[in-house]
Design a protein around this ligand. Structure first.
Ligand code: ADP
Ligand code: MG
Length: 729
């Protein structure tokens, strides 16, 4: 009789590419089909309501009840025309991912006739039960109620039969319980403070936008094999599994030919994403086997974050159509690359200038250097906080291993920008500043050639790298809401830009010329932040030692890294920029610690179950078979012969006994440590106990299971192996 594993393998091998559902139309014809875009608003709303809504979108002014009602009517009609029967406020709780509660449009009117209703009140605000979402203690002190409130800056969309309305999620007392609310506040802070800096260079600038282009990495695994791995099903990663003899050593997967079954999935996904207005553009194989990447064209950050969340949930659904499961975990398999979500970030003005682009002419400009210097200083000052913003139980497995950036934040600038910055430091303002009537203030030293953007001066090991016209925050994890990292970055940079303007203005008040004042402050910032600038190999041990000497945060325990959110400087920065109050920060940390412990707790339980119920019984059965063989050999052959004939098997029997014994003892001690951890006085202490005492025991148990995998009869081994999970497609 075939074991379950071999039945699943047969099923997986039998899969053929399902033909993707290609629409006959061309991309521009269906792009945004499922989105209540400006164009659709125009046709479903009166002229005046459309204008008022547009103003709300641009300025954030609240909508009046009348207008909200009219917008709701228009939105309802459009959604019903699209086949929707339900609506939901779509929000971003601190658990990660997105959340939704569907209500149908169906209502009784006063004569108990069934009608389809959707009012402005319902559009603008809802009250999901906040007590079911993590809130870090905020709800206990006040009320269980929480509100979701419409974010008109992100358009509504239809998924299946449901109209989805992007919303923020706040408590009864107005505290943010999600990622979107503080992200919007951080965008306002960036706009305000960056615009002030821009006005030093160009009075015409009225607004600064933040732009984000994420690159989503992920793994695919055949659904049948996935179903045979309770660890993948319940935790998103394999908790055991010996390395495959071949994995990524030959580097033959990266940018390789995309397998036809995967391509069918990708095509299907792209069509759905494009219909939802997500401008997907790039697809390719990643470094690890069965690992891939998808990247869209960058967008305004609020929209980009929504689109990433929407993409992650769309991927899950489409993958199932193709009998795949998508793994968004940062490290589904040990020993091969993990998955990140590189966040390409830039700032741009309403006058069309990318503030992080050196510009087209050979003359480098002062405004660009000003923004780079401010970003450098902000990242330096808040390197611990930025690390906290990307840290999680899952990303911890990825950082510092297999091609992922190390768990130390530093900034890579590349040779050309580095050269310009060091020239600034060595020059006087008289030497450096050129005033060009047409182009305004210019930096007359150093050249950043136009080809810079395309140049391959890249550094994969840097967690925060300048890549020609943007910074790429590479340390962000593949499963994360990238809003968490973006809002921390925005708060840090916004406050820094504010300090910059104040310092420049103070100098000008004392009579210093504007050009000189700007130059001197920029020069000081570059000097202040040398410690964060590192263009070398981030993987090396020398860098770890050097980073510690430079005073950068080198902490590796995730629960302790989270402390950075509550450091004095962080609290000050978040409150000065109105991004998060101290109370909100405390609640966020509680949630982070709680989530951390829960994740490790679940992993440890699953590992314990698998060890005791799957692995040990099979290992013992195999051991009995060997013992049978030894006994039979002894019965049939004289002792002089049977000893030698059974020597190998006896050795294996002993090794199995040793490993199963270590596993049993290890599981018991892991359970004991969990019990102790659960009694910890605070969420922080609990998370630290899980980190310090439970994780190391999990590693021991895994070690012995992986050893058994090499010894036990392949026919009997109960779980799909790495070579199967990683290579069957
Ligand atoms: P690579 O893998 O070479 O870093 P990709 O093409 O995979 O590049 O992804 C780069 C991402 O950066 C894309 O989403 C792209 O739209 C985005 N991007 C390009 N220019 C900017 C910019 N100025 N600001 C923000 N994102 C940008
Ligand atoms: Mg890429």
């Amino acid at each position: 009789m075939k074991t379950l594993r071999f039945k699943l393998l047969d099923e997986a091998f039998g899969r053929k590419a399902i033909k993707a559902d290609y629409p006959s139309a061309r991309t521009p014809d269906y792009f945004g089909k499922n989105v209540f875009s400006l164009e659709k608003m125009k046709s479903y709303l009166s002229k005046s309501s459309y204008k008022t809504l547009l103003n709300t979108i641009e300025t954030g002014m609240p909508l009046s009840h009348d207008i909200a009602d009219e917008v709701a009517q228009g939105m309802k009609h459009w959604a019903i025309d699209m086949g929707a029967t339900h609506y939901t406020h779509w929000f971003q709780p601190l658990t990660g991912g997105s959340a939704e509660k569907h209500d149908s449009f169906a209502e009784f009117d006063s004569e108990r006739n069934m009608v389809e209703e959707f009012s402005g009140k319902v559009l603008v605000q809802q009250e999901p039960d906040a007590s079911s979402f993590p809130n870090g203690g905020i709800r206990n002190t006040f009320e269980a109620r929480g509100y979701t409130a419409w974010d008109p800056a992100s358009p509504a969309f239809v998924v299946g039969d449901t109209l989805c309305i992007p919303t923020i999620f706040i408590s009864y007392t107005g505290e943010a319980l999600d990622y979107k609310a503080p992200l919007l506040r951080s965008l306002a802070a960036i706009d305000k403070n960056a615009t002030r800096v821009c006005k030093l260079f160009d009075e015409n600038v009225q607004k600064v936008h933040s732009y984000l282009g994420w690159e989503q990495e992920y793994f695919l695994v055949d659904e049948a094999l996935w179903a045979g791995r309770p660890d993948l099903m319940l935790t998103g990663r394999t908790l055991m599994g010996h390395e495959s003899a071949k994995n990524q050593q030959l580097e033959d997967h990266y940018f390789g030919h995309i397998p036809s079954r995967v391509l069918a999935f990708m095509t299907d996904l792209e069509v759905e994403a494009l219909k939802l207005g997500i401008p997907v553009k790039t697809r390719h194989n990643e470094v690890a086997p069965n690992q891939f990447e998808l990247a869209p064209i960058y967008e305004e950050t609020n929209l980009a974050v929504d689109h990433n969340l929407l993409l992650m949930s769309t991927m899950r659904g489409i993958a199932r159509r193709h009998n795949f499961r998508v793994l968004l975990h940062e490290k589904p398999y040990s020993g091969v690359n993990g998955s990140g979500k590189h966040c390409n970030w830039s700032l741009g003005t309403d006058t069309g200038v990318n503030l992080l682009s050196p510009g087209k002419d050979a003359l480098s400009n002062l405004q660009f250097v000003t923004f780079v210097a401010n970003v450098l200083k902000a990242v330096y000052k808040h390197n611990g906080l930025l690390k906290a913003s990307i840290s999680s139980a899952t990303n911890a497995h990825r950082l510092g291993a297999n091609e992922a950036p190390p768990a130390i934040i530093s900034v890579f600038l590349g040779t050309q920008v580095s050269a310009v910055l060091s020239k600034v430091v060595k020059s006087t303002s008289e030497e450096a500043i050129v005033f060009d009537k047409k182009a305004g203030l210019k930096l007359g030293i150093g050249h950043i050639p136009e080809i810079f953007i395309d140049n391959t001066d890249r550094n994969r090991t840097s967690p925060f790298a300048f890549t020609g016209n943007r910074f790429e925050f590479r340390a962000v994890g593949s499963s994360e809401n990238c809003g968490g990292a973006m809002l921390a970055l925005h708060a840090a940079v916004a406050e820094q830009l504010n300090d910059f303007t104040e310092e420049v203005e103070a100098r000008m008040k004392k009579g210093e010329a504007k050009e000189k004042a700007i130059f001197e402050v920029v020069k000081a910032y570059i000097k202040d932040s040398t410690a964060i600038h590192f263009d070398g190999n981030g993987y090396s041990d020398e860098w770890k030692a050097e980073a510690a000497k430079r005073g950068l945060c080198c902490e590796t325990s995730v629960p302790v890294i989270f402390d950075a959110y509550l450091a004095k400087d962080s609290v000050k920065t978040f409150s000065n920029t109105n991004v998060l109050t101290e109370r909100e920060l405390h609640s966020r940390c509680e949630v982070k610690w709680e989530m951390y412990s829960k994740k490790i707790q679940i992993e440890s339980r699953v590992l314990g179950d698998l060890a005791m119920n799957h692995v040990i019984p099979v290992a013992t059965e195999y051991q009995s078979k060997l013992l049978d063989n030894v006994a039979k050999v002894a019965a049939h052959f004289p002792e002089t012969l049977s000893g030698a004939m059974s020597a190998q098997n006896k050795l294996i029997i002993e090794r199995i006994a040793n490993h199963t014994n270590e596993i049993t003892v290890g599981v018991q001690s892991m359970v004991d440590e969990r019990k102790k951890a659960n009694k910890a006085g605070s969420e922080r202490d609990k998370a630290i106990a899980y980190h310090d005492n439970v994780i190391p025991r999990m590693a021991t148990v895994r070690y012995h299971i992986d050893k058994l995998e090499l010894i036990v009869d392949n026919e009997m081994w109960p779980l799909p192996k790495y070579r199967e999970l990683l290579f069957i497609r």
